[in-house]
Write a protein that binds this ligand. Structure first.
Ligand SMILES: [Zn+2]
Length: 255
């Protein structure tokens, strides 16, 4: 009898302790993240808890600023839709967070978009727009990085930001090339990357691109852009380009 009682007691003890043991197994050891920890150990930690890349997605326009208005459709709403798809695609990969500069139909000054990207620790900024070009036979996507090649007049009352440093512009160009490559690989026509003096590309520390994701003025292109399947391919291609750029950064810069 006493043996049976002892067995029952041990079984009850094990049941009570099991959740605690499992919890302890999930916890990282308390000193593993210490700066003096051996390199191999830190490497193992990094594999378990990969660095988080914050990608900032900027849906152009918003609120009183409609952007292009064609056939009753507003650019601000179309880019917001694409931004949500891009956010979802980016966050499908482990270690990526995507943050939007505007979370609804609100007006946001251009310089403030750059401020917000910096405030959330963005490692890349992607501003989304659609073209409205009348006398153009061009269809497809254009990817811009900062350059004075194409001068944009500042809006009245807009805070003027200084030009980004050359090294930063070079990083933005690399990001633009990665996205361009991913667009092509996904079968989306894209012009060669271009330079433009857009305010949202002026972050001094974040590689930044502006994407004109298609020409709304062109009826054929507009109908294609409205197809959810095309929007999804577009978002996936942009996400792949951003992720391939960030994957190449030296490990120290990922943090
Ligand atoms: Zn626009």
């Amino acid at each position: 009898m006493s043996r049976i009682r002892l067995a029952a007691f041990l079984f009850a003890l094990l049941c009570a302790a099991l959740p605690l043991l499992l919890f302890a197994a999930e916890m990282p050891s308390s000193n593993s993240a210490a700066p003096g920890a051996p390199i191999a150990r830190r490497g193992a930690e990094e594999a378990r808890f990969p660095p988080i890349h914050v990608v900032v997605v900027d849906p152009g326009h918003g609120g009183k600023d409609l952007g292009a208005l064609i056939g009753g459709r507003e650019e601000k709403a179309l880019v917001f839709n694409l931004a949500l798809r891009l956010q979802e695609q980016l966050e499908r990969a482990r270690g990526f967070w995507a943050r939007l500069t505007r979370n609804g139909d609100v007006y946001l000054p251009l310089a403030e978009r750059v401020d917000r990207a910096q405030a959330v620790g963005g490692k890349a900024l992607v501003s989304l727009h659609f073209d409205d070009v009348r006398r153009s036979r061009w269809r497809g996507v254009k990817v811009y990085y900062y350059g004075r090649f194409r001068r944009i007049k500042p809006r009245p009352g807009e805070r003027v930001l200084p030009d980004p440093p050359q090294a930063q512009i070079a990083e933005s160009r690399k990001l633009a090339l990665r996205i361009h490559e991913a667009l092509r690989l996904n079968g989306i026509p894209a012009a060669a990357v271009d330079r433009g003096a857009f305010v949202v590309l002026k972050s001094p520390a974040i590689p930044s691109v502006l994407i004109e994701a298609g020409n709304l003025r062109d009826p054929l292109e507009r109908s294609r852009l409205e197809a959810p399947a095309h929007q999804e391919t577009l978002a996936r291609a942009i996400a792949q380009g951003v992720q391939s750029y960030l994957a190449e950064l030296p490990a120290i810069a990922k943090r």
